[in-house]
Write a protein that binds this ligand. Structure first.
Ligand code: NAD
Length: 339
């Protein structure tokens, strides 16, 4: 365990249990050089405690990189609550977890993640003020979509020489909270938008509301377009999918898009520009961090729009050095975190 912590350069690892509620939780604090660690609480089953700890550490590291490149005075951390087959009282479980967070005295601030909801955050808030994305703080997805839009603009300028998105063909995969909001923003700018989702009801809704064109699920990767925007699940950029793509750039919200270690080089080899996921999708993190600090919605939107400039510097450096944008982004984050 300690070797794994050192390998991840993890600052602290906290394990909590509360027999009364059945709580078993891990809080991993990766780096607090820039400020208190912020990152969501995941609530899902794990095969073993070791798997849960490894997941928390990996995710905490990702949060440090994301916060650093979003320009936040915030560190990276993540919590994992191990989901059992049965829980007597979910509210009591999350209140108990709130007491665990409170015991860290502000060193870790939590937020919604896979398996948790704003209502769970409200339960945590009964016990600590170090929690964001409560029902009062609102949904971060519109700001995530706004950041992705800024990234798509930068990609279109850099790769297609297009200043406006009018007529730019964008394939949006996944029409959930972020994807739907993104399609609305894109169509308002006159982009030519294609859409797909595993849920046919979502496709019908978005097509009816926005006039976007539906694409069959098995035709998504080979659909000719300028920008491919993955907004569903992660891991979509496998070798097989990359070889099918007929786009100039990839700019979307999904987390962990690069499926394999060789994915970034493979995209580069095909001349497809890739907007690193944790840079382009940082609008949600900006929303939760800045709402927590009491920053106004207008100011948050300005900070989210700056994602476009951040990506421009990454793309320029990538072109100058002949290295993939994801490698440049990691290096920029490491300079901020460790130099
Ligand atoms: P969501 O669950 O609301 O929506 C995901 C949508 O993708 C669903 O409609 C689902 O049916 C669809 N989908 C899943 N697999 C698909 C596939 N193979 N093909 C087509 N559609 C598929 O999630 P969301 O909040 O919109 O987030 C979307 C992605 O962005 C996720 O990867 C999430 O981790 C990431 N992200 C979200 C936020 C945020 O603020 N919500 C912030 C950062 C990153």
């Amino acid at each position: 365990m300690f070797a794994a912590m050192r390998a991840e350069k993890m600052q602290a690892l906290h394990l909590f249990t509360d027999p009364a509620t059945g709580l078993e939780a891990i809080i991993a604090i990766h780096n607090t050089r820039l400020g208190p660690a912020l990152g969501g609480s995941r609530y899902q089953p794990y095969n073993s405690l070791t798997d849960a700890v490894a997941d928390a550490m990996r995710l905490a590291r990702g949060m440090s990189y994301k916060a650093a490149l979003a320009g936040l005075e915030q560190g990276g951390g993540k919590a994992v609550i191990i989901r059992k087959p049965h829980v007597d009282n979910r509210a009591a479980l999350f209140e108990a977890f709130g007491r665990c967070i409170e015991s860290l005295r502000g060193g870790y601030i939590t937020a919604v993640d896979s398996g948790t909801s704003s209502e769970d955050m409200d339960c945590i808030a009964q016990e600590t003020r170090h929690v964001t994305s409560t029902t009062e703080a609102g949904d971060p997805s519109p700001h995530t979509a706004l950041g992705v839009l800024a990234g798509i603009r930068t990609a279109a300028r850099h790769r297609l020489g297009q200043e406006s998105l009018a007529g730019v063909r964008v394939m949006v995969q996944g029409l959930g909270n972020v994807g739907y909001a993104l399609v609305e923003l894109l169509t308002a700018e006159g982009a030519d938008v294609m859409v797909a989702d595993i849920d046919p009801g979502r496709v019908r809704l978005v097509v009816d509301e926005t006039g976007a064109h539906p694409v069959a699920l098995d035709a998504v990767y080979e659909a000719p377009c300028d920008i491919f925007a993955p907004c569903g699940l992660g891991g979509v950029l496998s070798a097989a999918h990359i070889d099918q793509l007929r786009c100039a750039a990839i700019a979307g919200a999904a987390n962990n898009q690069l499926a394999e270690p060789g994915s970034a080089d493979r995209l580069d080899g095909r001349g497809i520009l890739y907007a690193p996921d944790y840079v382009i999708n940082a609008g949600g993190l900006l929303h939760v961090a800045l709402t927590h600090q009491g920053i106004t919605a207008n100011r948050i939107a300005e900070r989210v729009s700056a994602i476009g400039n951040r990506l421009a510097t990454i793309f320029e450096q990538s072109a100058a050095e002949g290295r993939p944008p994801s490698v440049i982004a990691d290096r920029q984050a490491e300079v901020i975190l460790y130099d």
